[in-house]
Ligand binder design. Structure first.
Ligand SMILES: CCCCC/C=C\C/C=C\C/C=C\C/C=C\CCCC(=O)SCCNC(=O)CCNC(=O)[C@H](O)C(C)(C)COP(=O)(O)OP(=O)(O)OC[C@H]1O[C@@H](n2cnc3c(N)ncnc32)[C@H](O)[C@@H]1OP(=O)(O)O
Length: 212
């Protein structure tokens, strides 16, 4: 069934701007573990200082792994990475390993942690990782609200406290108001005591037909 957009259109193509209509790519039973193994390697790649011969062995083994996987490369929208909401970070290594707790029209909440890979300085999460979390959340907020596909016009982040690695944290966002194609959104990142570590406001702009 097609849905109406803010201009009253009801065409499925219009709903997706210039995006292709993706079919869900279901992950196999071992894909979550596949992602976990690579997350461990990402952490180790940025937290080890191994002797040269060990680095040489790691290069050889990683190249062998690359050769194993290379024949299975697929285009955008054809890999389970990024499309499986039951896997932390939807199975995408770009995203931190957060899990969706709430996904409905009045907002989206996710719970998770940052890892060594996301280190900035002096034990804190890298300041560029937090906008990534918010930006992706706002994409899902738009999707959950039933609005047509949108891109981020602006994303403002206030860093209120140091965000720690490894601690369980919660992020929650919603659409606050809508003006034609423009959806004004907000979100907060909190620790489990409820302290706000960062908050964000974003303008999500509905794509016109054919816009990439
Ligand atoms: C991916 C699928 C995964 C599926 C998995 C399954 C479930 C998950 C569910 C959902 C998916 C979840 C996540 C998706 C992933 C990521 C989401 C993040 C989204 C992004 O990460 S996306 C990348 C960063 N994003 C860009 O790469 C945008 C580059 N940009 C443009 O592409 C154009 O900019 C465009 C097309 C946006 C607009 O262009 P345009 O020409 O159509 O429109 P125009 O400029 O006229 O603006 C219209 C009105 O917005 C006002 N306006 C514009 N910009 C403003 C600003 N900065 N400040 C204040 N107002 C602004 C104007 O003033 C006017 O306002 P008014 O109408 O009142 O005059």
């Amino acid at each position: 069934m097609s849905e109406q957009n803010s201009r009253g259109g009801d065409d499925a193509y219009e709903h997706h701007g210039g995006f292709p209509v993706y079919e869900p790519v279901k992950a196999g039973p071992n894909f979550g573990r596949f992602v976990d193994v690579f997350r461990r390697l990402q952490d180790l790649a940025v937290s080890t200082h191994a002797p040269d011969d060990v680095v040489d062995q790691a290069i050889a083994q990683a190249e062998a792994l690359g050769d194993l996987l290379e024949p299975y490369k697929v285009g955008e929208g054809k890999s389970p990475a990024g499309f499986n909401v039951d896997i932390p970070g939807r199975g995408s290594l770009l995203l931190p390993p957060w899990t969706i707790e709430k996904f409905d029209a009045d907002g989206v909440r996710e719970r998770g942690h940052f890892r060594r890979y996301h280190l900035g300085g002096n034990g804190a999460v890298h300041g560029g990782t937090i906008p990534l979390l918010f930006d992706d959340l706002f994409g899902m907020v738009i999707h959950a609200s039933g609005r047509p596909i949108a891109r981020t016009g602006y994303l403002h982040v206030n860093y209120r406290k140091i965000t720690p690695l490894w601690d369980e944290l919660v992020v929650e966002g919603r659409v606050d108001s809508v003006d034609g194609r423009k959806a004004f959104c907000s979100a907060e990142l909190r620790d489990l005591d409820g302290t706000v570590l960062a908050d964000s406001e974003a303008l999500m702009i509905e794509l016109l037909p054919g816009q990439p």
